[in-house]
Design a protein around this ligand. Sequence first.
Ligand SMILES: [Zn+2]
Length: 397
Amino acid sequence: MNSASSSTACVVCGSLQTAVFAQVRGVPVHTTLLWRTRAEAQGAPVGDVDLTYCRECGHIFNPLFEESKTEYTQAYENSLHFSPLFQKYAESLSGRLISRYGLHGKDVLEIGAGKGDFLAMMVRGGVRRGIGFDPSYVPEAAHRDLVDSGRMAVVQRFYDPETAGATADLYVCRQVLEHIDRPRGFLERVRAGMPEGRGAVVFFEVPNTLCMLRDLDVWTIIYEHCGFFTPQSLGRLFEVSGFDVLSLDEHFEGIFLGIEARAGEGVGRGGNGEAVPGGLASLVEKFERRFEEKVLYWKTTLRALSQAGKRVVIWGGGARGVTFLNMVDTERVISYAVDMNPRKSGAYISGTGQQLIPPSGLISYKPDVVILMNPIYREEVAGTLRELGVHPELVSA
Ligand SMILES: [Zn+2]
């Protein structure tokens, strides 16, 4: 590891026992922004990543992240709700939270509600009222009945407890914390905005960095993620931010971490998170060794496919797809990115500029190879390809 950077203080625990273990240069700053023209996509702003590991609390973060480079607008699109598998996971999560915390007839507040899909699910599941905050929100026809009847509202701005004008019994925040470069200050504000004496709880969900390390899943490195949480660092963050952790589990085949917590006795307790196990440090070391190898493998593989005249597409135009294309498809071998989300069709990938097409676009294109960005969807994608009557080789990135 690069000891020259060892003076960067950890954003979770403040320790100076940190070191850079992987570097990526010139990645698009907005992996999930939709671009209307190829020229716009190829001119998209870029930034650098120094993955930095804290030996004290097990957190990984990018000190080169500049918040001013990122912006969330209505063109921001990261909804996973078009995958049936993800839909099923979200339904079960919503049902479990409602029953565990007795939320029938209670209120839910969602920070970073996206298009309001999960909030609507919770309201339909029995919650009295759902209020969400998200600058990228656009009203959805599918939720109009809930909005019209006053059971659901999404405010088109960032959540600020001081001006929110609402409190709740459950605070939900999914896939947001990893985008925040000062997560401790953010959590302390959330905690301060929670009502006293109502037994309110929070549920936060983040990508599970153990998966990235264990599976050498280098495509989850994106600029927008300035924080990479391990179970150790996630628990530690909530403790030092004044929460009592109720549970901390892996979700959705282990690719997410979910934490449930209550406002604790006082803000900024020392934090007594479990010690970082030695296994985590060795995973980080292994990742450091194999990271460059994996990138080189894919560059070589794509070159060989190109020389053999193969038609190659990727399946998954989200963040992983954007990272994969920008890190390895430097010679523009891949023609399209397939995505289930119809809202993305026709748009272009940041940086490399491939067009996003729906699965039906493969009927005429007849690819020889489909590179799957997320192996969790393998069966689902294989089934869709069979239904479309196309028979490419399906490989995982
Ligand atoms: Zn730390």
